[in-house]
Design a protein around this ligand. Structure first.
Ligand SMILES: NC(=O)c1ccc[n+]([C@@H]2O[C@H](COP(=O)([O-])OP(=O)(O)OC[C@H]3O[C@@H](n4cnc5c(N)ncnc54)[C@H](O)[C@@H]3O)[C@@H](O)[C@H]2O)c1
Length: 281
């Protein structure tokens, strides 16, 4: 039986490496037309060429997802190449671990915000309306992180988590707003995945240029040691696409921290209710 996604078209950002590369490959193998996109032209072209050599229907387009004009050009390219866009996998992102927030450079604040948050806003503005307009079943899939549901107490991830909480909030808001449309929304919240996330040297010149961040060495070691493979995440995404999941998690290791956070919020709600009734206002 032909799968409903067979012959449909996808855009995958951050497709030159890690989760994006594995998912682009998985989608192409499932019979989708896939536009791979990334800020790094060399690795991007190599990924696309490898899949094309196998006869898979892929194309590629360089794009810095933090730039709205380039995201519009990416959407135009995808539409011109494969027609209607049925899956927008808004996945490109950068890490910002290991540095206390009061020591962060302003360029890094802007970089992590623009790549991780503004990228999704740009896709909402330039890709999503096209998906609503064509009316066929479609999925707007954002990559947040398990760090979008909790702030890791050990990894100095405040700034990164800020961006990923924003992606979860955008996704929840979109899910509400799009209920009566053809577009479903989902948010990927992976725990550690063994990728190149700690090695990004793509900070643009206007924000200070490429930089080594030695504080992130622990992240490289940790995700290599405990992370699942990008291919595992790609298969997990496919299962979630079939089952219509909204929050897509890759394991339950963060459960104690997330539950502890929820218990604090519930306790704060209880205190607020008690105060309200005792204040009698
Ligand atoms: N690896 C993990 O443990 C982990 C966990 C949770 C969430 N994530 C998220 O998964 C997503 C993918 O990351 P990954 O782990 O595969 O890392 P990765 O570094 O292997 O891949 C990310 C890709 O995004 C690209 N990219 C960076 N800035 C870009 C920009 N401005 N425009 C376009 N492309 C850009 C990079 O060139 C790279 O190819 C990110 O959003 C990341 O925050 C990763």
């Amino acid at each position: 039986m032909t799968h409903p996604w067979n012959g449909k078209s996808a855009i995958v950002t951050g497709a030159a490496s890690g989760i994006g590369a594995a998912t682009a490959e998985m989608l192409a193998r499932k019979g989708m037309n896939v536009v791979l996109s990334d800020i790094q032209p060399g690795p991007l072209a190599a990924c696309a060429a490898r899949l094309q050599e196998e006869g898979l229907r892929v194309a590629h387009r360089q794009c810095d997802v933090s730039d709205p004009d380039l995201v519009k050009a990416l959407a135009d390219f995808a539409q011109d190449t494969f027609g209607n866009i049925h899956l927008s996998f808004n996945n490109a992102g950068v890490a910002m671990h290991g540095v206390p927030m009061h020591e962060m450079q302003l360029g890094d604040w802007r970089w992590v915000s623009e790549v991780n948050i503004q990228s999704v806003v740009n896709a909402i503005h330039h890709i999503l309306p096209r998906m609503i307009r064509h009316g066929e079943p479609a999925l707007f899939l954002n990559t947040a992180s398990i760090g979008g549901l909790q702030v890791n107490p050990n990894w100095l991830t405040g700034a990164y988590s800020m961006t990923k909480f924003a992606v979860v909030a955008l996704s929840e808001g979109l899910e509400n707003e799009l209920k009566s449309t053809n577009v479903r929304v989902a948010v990927l919240c992976p725990s550690a995945v063994a990728t190149n996330l700690s090695d990004a040297h793509t900070r643009p010149e206007r924000l200070g240029g490429a930089t080594e961040r030695p504080q992130q060495a622990f992240l490289r070691e940790a995700i290599a040691r405990v992370g699942v493979s990008p291919a595992y995440v790609a298969q997990r995404i496919w299962r979630a696409m079939e089952d219509g999941e909204f929050y897509i998690l890759t394991d339950a290791s963060a459960q104690p921290v997330i539950e502890a956070r929820h218990r604090r919020i519930e306790a704060a709600l209880a205190r607020a209710a008690e105060y309200r009734s005792s204040a009698g206002d």
